[in-house]
Design a protein around this ligand. Structure first.
Ligand code: ADP
Ligand code: ADP
Ligand code: MG
Length: 667
């Protein structure tokens, strides 16, 4: 058995591998770039080795440094995760030359599948159905155009070295072929250093169905059933599931057999995935799927297969790498229930899935288990306070749910997504929520065009219901506190003659400012007018970010997080960001040393001894606040000129309300 493993990766997959290694008593070594010194995978590992600056070419792709790190720490094995060096046969050879076990397939098997064109020829020979097309050496543009005509439009041009949806062009008509070819070649050259392409028949209404395989070094090869990854944007997976909806036992057996043949044909060892494209126009058929490519590594979406098979794939990988036999035969394996995975990313969906960055000021996942099977599973490489940097994949988490049926699992997915709260960066959570609620998806009517087709219903910028800005207004004014039962002062709040006084604030959403006016109606009870819409609600309780309130006789709740001038509200599976004007942001910080003077406690403004324009000295008395039958004198924190006074004598104010502001000091 392996004793000490180095994980040549970062993020969630590094954490995932470490979690299983720990369970098996295997010691773990992380590697990290400068950008990841404080990252979760580093914290989780027993040891960590710094391997260079943030760019991947100088750290996570630097095989020499990684092997040195393994030798230095006495690691006997390297797990590559996915991406990075996981499918680099030269790296595998170098690892083995150094006397270290590579947790993955032999270099030869990776090479066989490394280029899409060669892999297709090989698969054809092995009797695996392959998408009709041209995958030969001739790269002459006129020749390729002739091949495309022969195949029949629409066709797909793919960079033969491509991956992650890059270097791919769909061509609908012959006249567009040449420019699409140039595009694919350019992208292939730029991203993979290889301009060569292949041409395939474009399967209309395609479904992406892939089969998980496992092989040991003793000639045993099994498949662990299929996953449907048809929910894609720009050829990249968004939500995956297992098993594939609507698949029959006959199709499953045919696909499984083809996948096992594919693995056998290249002498595969370890975990791998054979990806098929299937014609979804008339349901999945035994003669309606074709080999696309094989991924010779653990796949991002492996947890959905772990869920339905009850196996830990990393544990299996480690056993196989230790030279052990697979602990089962094909006939021992079965499917239990249904699972989904949603990939939570820091990305701006309306802006074309633009990757985003930011500090995850607030991060809350639904209750569940991490890196292991359960009804709700969260695999994440980040914690609250961590940064999504521009250097790496902007994944925040993978959310995996497992239920007894597809409908049950889908329910879980919807609830769990709504309970994922991220503040500090834009995310695709609203989009994932809309996708999980998509009717076609619920019916299992999936194909790779679904997202692009229904983008307008999946991305809405519909205004939030009125209670959302209403509660933000309360937060902005420091009124978002429930009445506190036995405290005599609190019971008085709002009951006096000043209760009818209105307080005003400004909220900004998507660059548009709206005015809000709040009237205290009773203990914890408010009337809020935002942009002409009136809402009445009572605050019942606050617990962390959660606010419970009563609206029109209904008890309900949402979550609200305030970071500096930003208020993020999570309600009904949607995230809403608001900005508060400066003075209120300062009030929140209670910044007594700055320009604003905020009430340190709830109270009554008893006396005002300054007005706008007054010159004041540090320590001068400005406002007398009466609270709990005592008077508190609030003084100037520095010399300055009073810019504005926001309260009048007799005003009731709450904790944090800004009372007065000094003019900003000159630079
Ligand atoms: P799958 O493994 O299911 O095919 P993708 O192809 O969408 O999933 O994602 C794998 C890709 O993610 C890699 O090819 C690589 O571009 C990128 N990647 C590499 N390393 C990491 C990492 N540590 N975390 C997240 N993504 C990574
Ligand atoms: P990558 O290496 O980027 O994963 P793949 O060859 O696996 O590239 O294809 C990625 C995606 O492109 C598939 O999941 C599917 O959505 C689409 N695709 C690939 N080949 C075809 C095809 N022949 N017809 C229709 N769609 C295809
Ligand atoms: Mg693929």
């Amino acid at each position: 058995m392996l004793r000490k493993i180095l994980i040549a990766n970062r993020g969630e997959i590094a954490c995932r591998v470490i979690a299983t290694a720990k369970k098996l008593g295997i010691r773990t070594v992380a590697v990290y770039s400068d950008a990841d010194a404080g990252a979760r995978h580093v914290a989780m590992a027993d040891e960590a080795v710094h391997i260079g600056p943030p760019p991947v070419s100088e750290s996570y792709l630097d095989g020499v440094k990684i092997i040195e790190a393994a030798l230095d720490t006495g690691a006997d094995s390297i797990h590559p995760g996915y991406g990075f060096l996981s499918e680099n046969p030269d790296f595998v050879e170098a690892v083995e030359l150094a006397g270290i076990t590579f947790v993955g397939p032999p270099a030869k098997a990776i090479r066989a599948m490394g280029l899409k064109d060669a892999a297709k020829s090989l698969m054809e020979k092995a009797g695996v159905p392959v998408v009709p097309g041209y995958h030969g050496e001739n790269q002459n543009a006129d020749f390729l155009a002739g091949e495309a005509d022969a195949i029949g439009y629409p066709v797909l041009i793919k960079a033969r070295a491509g991956g992650g949806g890059k270097g791919m062009r769909l061509v609908e008509k012959a006249k567009d072929f040449k420019s699409a070819l140039e595009g694919a070649q350019r992208e292939g050259k730029a991203s993979f250093g290889d301009p060569a392409v292949l041409i395939e028949k474009y399967v209309t209404q395609p479904r992406h169905v892939e089969v998980q395989v496992f092989a040991d070094a003793h000639g045993n090869v099994v498949h662990l059933f299929e996953r449907d990854c048809s929910l894609q944007r720009r050829h990249q997976k968004v939500i995956e599931e297992a098993p594939a909806p609507g698949i029959t036992a006959e199709v499953r057996a045919a696909m499984g057999r083809a996948a096992v043949e594919a693995a056998r044909a290249i002498g595969y060892v370890g975990a791998g995935t054979v990806e098929f494209i299937a014609d979804g126009s008339k349901g999945l058929r035994p003669d309606g799927f074709w080999f696309m490519e094989m991924n010779t590594r653990l796949q991002v979406e492996h947890p959905v297969s772990e869920a339905i098979t009850g196996l830990d794939f990393v544990k299996l990988q480690l056993h196989v790498a230790s030279g052990e036999e697979l602990p089962f035969r094909q006939e021992d394996l079965g499917i239990s229930g249904h699972a989904f995975e949603a990939r939570v990313y820091a990305e701006d969906v309306p802006k074309g899935f633009l990757p985003a960055t930011g500090t995850l000021e607030h991060l809350r996942f639904p209750e569940g288990v991490e890196f292991a099977r359960g009804p709700v599973r969260i695999d994440s490489g980040v914690r609250a306070g961590d940064e999504i940097s521009p250097y790496y994949d902007p994944m925040i988490a993978k959310l995996i749910v497992h239920g007894p049926s597809r409908a049950a699992a889908l329910n879980l997915l919807q609830t769990a997504l709504a309970e994922c709260h991220v503040a500090g960066s834009v995310t695709n959570l609203d989009f994932l929520g809309a996708l999980a609620a998509h009717e076609g998806f619920a019916r299992g009517d999936v194909d790779t065009g679904l997202i692009a087709r229904d983008m307008d219903i999946l991305v809405t910028d519909a205004a939030p219901p009125p209670e959302v800005p209403a509660l933000v207004a309360l937060s902005s004014l420091g009124l978002l506190t429930p009445p506190q039962g036995d405290d005599p002062w609190d019971r008085l709040t709002g009951w006096r003659h000043w209760s009818a006084a209105r307080q005003y604030t400004t909220l900004e959403r998507d660059g548009t400012s709206v005015e809000a006016a709040v009237t205290v109606l009773g203990p914890g009870q408010y009337g809020i007018e935002v942009d002409g819409t009136a809402t009445e609600l009572s605050i019942l309780s606050r617990n962390g970010s959660r606010v419970d309130y009563v609206l029109e006789g209904h008890k309900t709740s949402l979550h609200l997080v305030r970071t500096g001038a930003r208020v993020t509200v999570f309600q009904a599976g949607r995230t809403h960001d608001y900005l508060l004007p400066d003075r209120l942001a300062r009030a929140d910080e209670g910044d007594a040393g700055g320009d604003a003077l905020a009430a340190p406690m709830p109270g009554l403004v008893k006396a005002l001894s300054a007005k706008a324009g007054d010159k004041v000295e540090k320590g001068a008395a400005l406002i007398v606040l009466e609270a709990m039958k005592m008077e508190h004198t609030l003084t100037a924190s520095r010399d300055g000129v009073v810019e504005e006074v926001f309260v009048a004598e007799g005003d009731q104010v709450t904790d944090g309300t800004v009372l007065l502001k000094l003019e900003a000091e000159d630079g």
